[in-house]
Design a binder for this molecule. Structure first.
Ligand code: PMP
Length: 354
């Protein structure tokens, strides 16, 4: 069954905005898009007086090959943030529908749902149980008006991997809700991507990004990978030119063979550093718990998170304070940095007392 039956009917019927570049017609003298005939000023502005391709073919092909799927199943946007937002807009009828996600998890699902007027239902994970997911209990939150279920895996900020449960979850949600698997950190995990499951599940979508492992957070390039009908719907409601030319150039440069080989090495370094930092943190007196992580960060519970945060900041190190979130009292999230930066974290915390 196509998931379009669960999308907003007025959007499925919407005729998309016919932008100049969408027409597919090209000519020697282009006077069709109210662009400037001169290029912008400055080295950074070369050859960007023209609007970009809405979905650059070459980038789509490269991402499809990177994510082991077909170009037709890829929609590229301004970070995975934009894909999250568009999925919520495409599926949720304001004032009626709801979405389900884990708690704690990445904060933008709640923000995006609220902006769209959808109810946000949080399924609480238990820190004492290592944030394990009871899928039956999660499914109890799903009803006829649930349109999306967000599974962030590895989960931010806990680092927990839920990939072993995704197939069963997608089956349980078939024909009802789209399971959106956010794989922003999958490169750091010891698990294959869920994109292979899309062949078996019309209701599974995967979110990927070049912001983390590929080092392009500033370029804002992310991708939605899903069945063609879902990809087409998102493309139809997206703004006409989601991808700035300089971002596409940066993304293509990051996806050539040499760059990908470097990225693989960097991922291996970060994974080694994550385990080294974890061992070092566990050994510290001021640390109560460090959860295993499949991401490029560690969730750490301190005896006194405020003291640890200040101590780190006094040493010039900024980490993320999650201690105000339900179930995360005294927890800080520490991104894995360069080896010497991770050493600095340990040095700053060493000698702090209980
Ligand atoms: N998903 C998760 C789980 C994230 O942690 C983040 C960024 N913090 C994003 C998506 C957004 O990433 P992008 O830069 O691709 O918009």
């Amino acid at each position: 069954m196509s998931m379009l039956a669960r999308a907003r009917a007025e959007l499925v019927a919407l005729k998309p905005y016919a932008s100049a570049r969408r027409s597919g017609v090209d000519a020697r003298i282009r006077l069709d898009a109210n662009e400037s005939p001169w290029d912008g000023d400055g080295a950074q502005a070369q050859a960007i007086n023209r609007y970009p391709e809405p979905q650059p073919d070459l980038l789509r092909e490269r991402l499809a090959s990177l994510y082991a799927t077909t170009p037709q199943r890829v929609w590229i946007g301004r970070g995975s943030d934009e894909a999250i937002d568009l999925l919520l807009r495409a599926f949720c009828v304001a004032g009626r529908d709801n979405v389900v996600a884990l708690a704690p998890t990445f904060g933008m699902y709640r923000i995006g749902a609220t902006v769209q007027g959808a109810q946000f239902r949080a399924f609480p994970l238990d820190a004492q149980n290592d944030f394990a997911l009871d899928t039956d209990a999660l499914l109890a939150l799903v009803d006829d008006d649930t349109k999306l279920v967000f599974a962030c895996s590895p989960n931010n900020p806990t680092g927990t991997l839920y990939h072993a449960q995704l197939d069963a979850l997608a089956t349980a949600l078939a024909g009802r809700a789209l399971l959106a698997v956010d794989e922003a950190y999958i490169e750091f995990a010891d698990a294959p991507s869920a994109t292979a499951l899309i062949d078996h599940h019309a209701n599974l979508a995967v979110l990927r990004t070049l912001s983390k492992a590929h080092g392009l957070a500033g370029a804002r390039v992310g991708a939605l990978i899903a069945r063609e009908d879902v990809v087409d719907l998102v493309a139809r409601i997206a703004p006409p030119y989601p991808l700035p030319v300089p971002s596409t150039r940066a993304a293509l440069a990051a996806l050539d063979d040499d760059a990908l080989a470097r990225t693989r090495e960097r991922i291996a370094t970060l994974v080694r550093e994550r385990e080294r930092l974890r061992e070092s943190l566990i050994a510290l007196d001021c640390v109560d718990r460090v959860w295993p992580s499949s991401g490029n960060f560690l969730l750490v519970r301190f005896d006194d998170a405020r003291a640890a945060f200040s101590r780190l900041l006094d040493s010039g190190i900024l980490v993320r304070d999650f201690s105000a979130q339900p179930g995360l009292a005294h927890c800080l999230r520490i991104s894995i940095g360069l080896p010497e930066q991770n050493d600095a974290v340990i040095a700053a915390l060493t000698g702090s007392t209980r």
